[in-house]
Design a protein around this ligand. Structure first.
Ligand code: FFO
Ligand code: ATP
Length: 230
């Protein structure tokens, strides 16, 4: 079987021959387009799509978390505190907590690194200095907190059918994906129009693909079936 290793660079590399500055500029233009499209999404529509995307994600993730909790091995799950422009992960976090998972969300560190803080519904948060995101206050952990996670649920602005991801531009998640054990399934949560055809996003050598995308339309497998999904 010719399945690419999850930690290898993305196999489809339409932008391989372009100068790096061109690719970065093309990404920036795409971010501008995608952010404008997000601003046009009404709150009720964001709510609807967030609920439906979480429902599809939970149909796969819920049973896996439950099984591990029942076996006395309550898993970690990485996710985010969503910005108002993003699909809302609040419903996912509530279900994870209700089911007994350990929920971790990112905190921005120097040199575009992330650390991970355990989140509870009553967690005190503060605004990050370098991005318009809330971060919980509390002990910070390295990526080892997610080494045996049931999933890493990621933000992003768009992902292609085959898993190429465009984020907010910090490279934070590319660094995470480069260091995360390939056994941890990675899923981006997006609005419906943000799952794009393969080949339609500019790629840099440091970009790392995601395994799947959850939208209101369903859970789309980009690279390999998620464990237990069939
Ligand atoms: N909820 C959430 N948390 C996250 C991320 C994320 O994408 N979403 N990140 C993922 O890496 C990291 C934070 N990085 C971020 C960097 C920039 C922006 C941002 O929204 N910036 C401005 C854009 C300014 C500009 O135009 O250049 C904005 O969109 O208004 C958000 C997060 C870690 N935590
Ligand atoms: N593993 C890495 N090591 C060093 N530099 C990196 C790494 N990953 C990404 N970068 C740098 O970070 C820059 C921004 O990355 P990119 O445009 O892929 O961010 P993004 O995936 O859109 O953002 P984010 O992950 O923060 O949501 C890249 O131009 C690249 O130079």
């Amino acid at each position: 079987m010719n399945v690419p290793s999850p930690s290898s660079p993305h196999p489809a590399r339409p932008s391989a021959d372009r100068p790096a500055a061109d690719i970065a500029a093309a990404k920036q233009a795409e971010r501008t387009r995608l952010r404008a499209a997000r601003r046009a999404i009404r709150p009720e529509e964001r709510e609807r799509q967030s609920r439906a995307a979480v429902e599809h994600l939970w149909a796969w993730l819920g049973p896996r978390v439950r099984a591990r909790v029942a076996a006395g091995d309550a898993p970690a799950v990485g996710t985010v505190l969503s910005m108002p422009s993003e699909p809302d992960t609040a419903g996912l976090r509530r279900r994870l907590i209700d089911t007994g998972a350990d929920v971790f969300v990112p905190v921005i560190e120097p040199e575009r690194r992330l650390s991970w803080v355990r989140w509870r519904p009553d967690a005190a948060t503060r605004r990050a200095r370098l991005a318009p995101v809330e971060e919980p206050i509390g002990p910070r952990h390295g990526l080892d907190a997610l080494a045996d996670a049931a999933a890493l649920v990621m933000p992003g602005l768009a992902v292609t059918d085959d898993g190429a991801r465009l984020g907010q531009g910090g490279g934070y998640y590319d660094r995470v994906l480069a260091a995360l054990p390939p056994s941890v399934p990675t899923v981006a949560v997006l609005f419906e129009d943000e799952l794009l055809p393969a080949g339609s996003l500019p790629l840099e050598p440091t970009d790392r693909p995601v395994d799947a995308v959850a939208t209101a339309a369903g859970l789309h497998m980009c690279r390999r079936p998620l464990p237990g999904s069939r």
